[in-house]
Write a protein that binds this ligand. Structure first.
Ligand code: GDP
Ligand code: MN
Length: 377
């Protein structure tokens, strides 16, 4: 789950990280009022859950409350990368001298969190990694020991930070680490962390991604979810308890079990196809879940074929087949479907589907080949 900039910065502030004064608004009139309260120049920032808002024109400076209202009206009417802007953050404008990148994420290969920093902040870190990899400093954090003081100092040295800022930079690193751990985050990022002309540090932008699987123990954070700004298919999937991740390809996959779903995607790719999604319908899924899964897959108009791969363990394949047939009465796909069922009562299940003129397959390779063939038209 992604948090908005204003939400992330409020969390950062609780951990002692300095953030600009400001408030969030959803109307231009409120924006004007906030600008009046803050006094002086402000920056009007669209709150959408995508990066690169600056480049898209979603971040603008305003000198007066009147100008703030005008700029707010424009930004509130915008769409950024397909997402409508419904909220804006009005912050006191900063006099930037230098922009730094500071972020923490999990490095799965290293099996531990990593703190990443760069003197080339402001722009996307992926870009810096491509053009100036030597400007990226990485320090791995032992999850049991936590971030050590000497590590924060090494980062400061690595990004050529002037010595006068080391102490407060260290405090910011430790605050970010605590926020990352306490919230069960998978990303906590300040980009840019700026050095102001007034010679202090300030977190101008903030981004947090929380681990969905840990949200059950953070009801206060779970409430921050902004459904308006999420991909609607993911919201729908969550409603039915389906694990769904949208991808770029054209083969819609419906599988039970996360491991089997990953394997299915691997085989599809191996044979030369591109999966349109990851979808785990879980064990014992009834026809309502199957129907929801079909609807979600079909809502992506890139999908050219649906590949269903079910292993019947406790779930019986004939029950799954009946579920698929019931679901098909409700959702009427016009694209081909390939179904592979194995396990308990697979024979009976396949027979039911064949009688209904559905394409079946006995092995995963066979099913994937048929799907890839169908996707190529
Ligand atoms: P992003 O484009 O979505 O990452 O949004 P950011 O909040 O990082 O803002 C993008 C850029 O806008 C920053 O890197 C700054 O260069 C600039 N910016 C943001 N806030 C201010 C501000 O208060 N004053 C000035 N002068 N520039 C700002
Ligand atoms: Mn940014």
């Amino acid at each position: 789950m992604k948090l908005h900039e204003y939400q992330s910065k409020l969390i950062f502030a609780r951990y002692g990280i300095p953030i600009p004064r400001g408030r969030v608004a959803s109307t231009a009139a409120d924006a004007r009022q906030i600008a009046e309260d803050l006094g002086g120049r402000v920056v009007v920032k669209s709150q959408v859950l995508v990066g690169g808002r600056g480049k898209a024109g979603g971040i603008r400076l305003a000198k007066t409350p009147k100008e703030t209202e005008e700029v707010a009206t424009q930004i509130l009417g915008m769409e950024i990368k397909g997402l409508p802007v419904r909220k804006i953050l009005i912050d006191t404008a900063a006099n930037i001298d230098k922009e730094i990148y500071l972020g923490i994420t999990n490095d799965r290969a290293a099996r531990r969190p990593v703190i990443i920093s760069s003197s080339a902040g402001g722009v996307e870190i992926e870009q810096v990694a491509k053009t100036n990899p030597e400007k990226i400093i990485k320090v791995y954090i032992d999850p049991l020991l936590g971030l050590r003081d000497y590590q924060a100092r090494n980062i400061a040295i690595g990004i050529d930070l002037s010595k006068e800022y080391w102490k407060v930079f260290g405090d910011i690193c430790r605050g970010l680490w605590r926020a990352y751990i306490d919230c069960d985050a998978t990303l906590a990022e300040i980009n840019p962390l700026v050095i102001l002309k007034e010679k202090t540090l300030l977190a101008l932008d903030g981004k947090m991604v929380l681990d969905d699987n840990a949200l059950f123990r953070h009801s206060d954070l779970a409430e921050m979810r902004d459904i308006d700004e999420e991909d609607s298919s993911e919201t729908e999937a969550r409603k039915y308890g389906l694990s769904f991740i949208k991808l770029e390809g054209n083969i819609g996959c419906m599988v039970n079990g996360a491991g089997l779903a990953m394997t299915t995607m691997d085989i599809v790719k191996y044979i030369g196809g591109e999966p349109a999604n990851f979808l785990d319908i879980g064990g014992g899924a009834g026809s309502d879940k199957v129907a929801a899964a079909l609807r979600i897959i079909l809502s992506d108009n890139h999908v050219k074929v649906i590949l269903i791969n079910i292993f019947g363990g406790i779930t019986r394949c004939d029950e799954v087949a009946k579920g698929i047939l019931t679901a098909l009465k409700e959702v009427k796909p016009t694209i081909p479907m390939v179904v592979r069922l194995v396990g308990t009562n697979a024979e009976e299940g396949r027979k039911l589907l064949e009688d209904a003129h559905l394409l079946t397959a006995e092995t995963l390779v066979d099913a994937s080949r048929k799907s890839v063939f169908a996707a190529k038209g």
